[in-house]
Design a protein around this ligand. Structure first.
Ligand SMILES: [Zn+2]
Length: 258
């Protein structure tokens, strides 16, 4: 996969994978017949192609699917985030065919903003984004790292979790750390964020200071959690993730920018 291909290619997202097509490899008939004028405009911006149209596309080549996760760490944010956008929107479109109010068909509109409109009751739905907090807890020169029990890959990362209704981001940070490790924290500070379309998340990163308590894996979401020094770190979350960027930023002063 060469990065130059992004400059003149169409990106198709499908079930967590991405395929790149040189625009010349899509037939002009497809573009003019199966896409509305507005859809075509989005299409020509090279961001994404509506995923459930994929079977109807007449392609001159077979797509070569690439796991989106496999590209994280090797692309800059400028290169990666259009792909994230493709995956996020494709997932949302694939899950929004019928109205949640009356059950009739939703019509997807692309301009001036992307939304799904019910043909019967006019209910409107917009792409959903799930906010998740992720936090680095410091104790002296040590950092709290944890291993997720459900993660098949064997690495340590930061404490993370979904923001709940009626909760501020800071409250979500404190609750997640307490729920997952039994620790109380203080001095919660925002660091940065990252879209994370697996499938529809926005990761919102913080740092905090340890306040009190002993590590106790309360809700079994973690298989291990420990404070680590920079000279005895375990295998860490993949490069390119906000978890790894926060860890590298706090331990080595690296930039948070992807
Ligand atoms: Zn409806």
């Amino acid at each position: 996969m060469t990065f130059e291909i992004l400059q003149d290619s169409v990106i198709v997202a499908h079930k967590g994978s991405i395929a790149f097509f040189n625009q010349n490899l899509l037939t002009q008939d497809h573009i003019t017949q199966s896409e509305s004028k507005k859809t075509r405009r989005v299409f020509m911006q090279r961001f994404w192609l509506e995923v459930h149209d994929l079977d109807s596309i007449e392609l001159k080549v077979e797509p070569e699917w690439v796991s989106l996760r496999s590209l994280i760490g090797s692309l800059s944010g400028e290169q990666l985030y259009p792909l994230f956008k493709s995956a996020h929107i494709s997932y949302w479109l694939s899950k929004n065919h019928y109205c949640s109010c009356c059950g009739h068909t939703l019509r997807h509109e692309f301009e001036p903003v992307l939304k799904a409109v019910c043909v019967a009751c006019s209910h409107q739905a917009y792409p959903k984004i799930q906010p998740c907090i992720i936090v680095a807890v410091n104790r002296g020169d040590q950092i709290l790292l944890a291993k997720n029990a459900a993660n098949k890959r064997d690495f340590y990362s930061l404490i993370a979790g979904f923001v709940e209704p009626g909760e501020s981001l800071e409250q979500a940070v404190a609750r997640e750390v307490l729920e997952e490790t039994g620790l109380s924290i203080k001095q919660i500070e925002y660091l940065g964020s990252q879209p994370w379309p697996f499938p529809m998340n926005l990761m919102i990163g913080f740092k905090a200071e340890y306040a009190s308590g002993d590590i106790e894996l309360v809700d079994q979401e973690l298989s291990d959690a420990q404070f680590f020094s920079s000279d005895q770190l375990p295998t860490l979350a993949p490069e390119g993730s906000i978890a790894r960027r926060i860890i590298d930023h706090l331990l080595y002063g690296r930039s948070l920018e992807l």
